[in-house]
Design a protein around this ligand. Sequence first.
Ligand SMILES: *Cc1c(COP(=O)(O)O)cnc(C)c1O
Length: 397
Amino acid sequence: MTDVAAFLDQVSATLASIDAEGLTKRERLIEGAQGAHVTIGGRRMLNLCANNYLGLADDPRLIAAAQAAMQSHGYGMASVRFICGTQDLHRALETRIAGFLGMEDSILFAACFDANGGLFEPLLGEADAIISDSLNHASIIDGVRLCKARRYRFANNDMADLEVQLRRARAEGARFIMVATDGVFSMDGTLADLGEITRLAAHYGALTMVDDCHATGFIGPQGRGTPAAAGVKVDILTGTLGKALGGALGGYIAGPQGVIDLLRQRARPYLFSNALPPAVVGAALAALDIVERADDLRARLVEHATYWRAGLTRLGFTLLEGRHPIVPVMIGEAPLAQAFARALDARGVMVSAFFFPVVPRGLARIRTQMNAALTRQDLDFALEAFAAAGKEVGVVQ
Ligand SMILES: *Cc1c(COP(=O)(O)O)cnc(C)c1O
């Protein structure tokens, strides 16, 4: 056998073992726009698994803004930012994001995955320490791996353990310490304890970095995120344009001017990857206009989450406690979670089963997500489907 044939055999064996464990992810083909309702295989489905929190993904105002920006600024940039890929629109959006978040400046990336991937390495070195929450997003984990700073980890949202790690890092001689956390842990829908994190960070002279992908636009006053919700300031915020802020793509880092200036010089995903296209940037500016005045949408989101949690609890489902529009329905084993998702699909409700390696083995779940484009009628329809599908596969009595 050639090396290539042996290699491809090995790849097939890995795929077969993933499948044998019931861990294969299959993608559904949506015909048309993302939204509260989508069409799949000619069937209209209620969609409970998008990060489309404010329902802006198919908003006509964003589509019009994208079209206008494309007319005035073209389709693509064909350049990284520093060569010839920066338009007035890019700087307008960076300034606007910084203003919205109460930061000095911000810097755009192709995705928040890239923002987190490029953040740490230019800012911290061998003499420094990063203390990272154990449930942080994969992109933070990868970004930390790419950085030479010493690595410390604390148990998820465990403030006693964070203090232990801060003491350790100090005792081991760290020059600068950065505490890194998701603002919202996306598999559980829980909020980081930013009040205590910022208190401890101040006490031990550490910097704070928060990834607010699942918060910006809809958590806290005017949707300014988890620090605003907790009434605290953090040093560095990262976020995405791919969730509540329209759902297209793009990420950013916001923080002190010097930090942003240094990242513009040194962050590798910024230096070596294309500038965001004008349509996305123009629509993101329009999204921020909407988001700043969207108290009605945010109130509806809270109402939906409360109603949805109460309904599922009444039906006997096991939920993770919380108040975020992420509402995880705990199932246990991956195959049962997949069977439940299929039974819901047959009833016109689209959900996603999450299982290893995205969550620990044995903690498979259906992560449902509320959004402001759903109606009360949609939720009642979904509750009926959950009751019937849950009985069919034996998740509830
Ligand atoms: C979605 C998400 C990301 C990645 O954002 P993209 O812009 O899609 O790359 C990073 N961090 C967290 C916490 C997320 O939820």
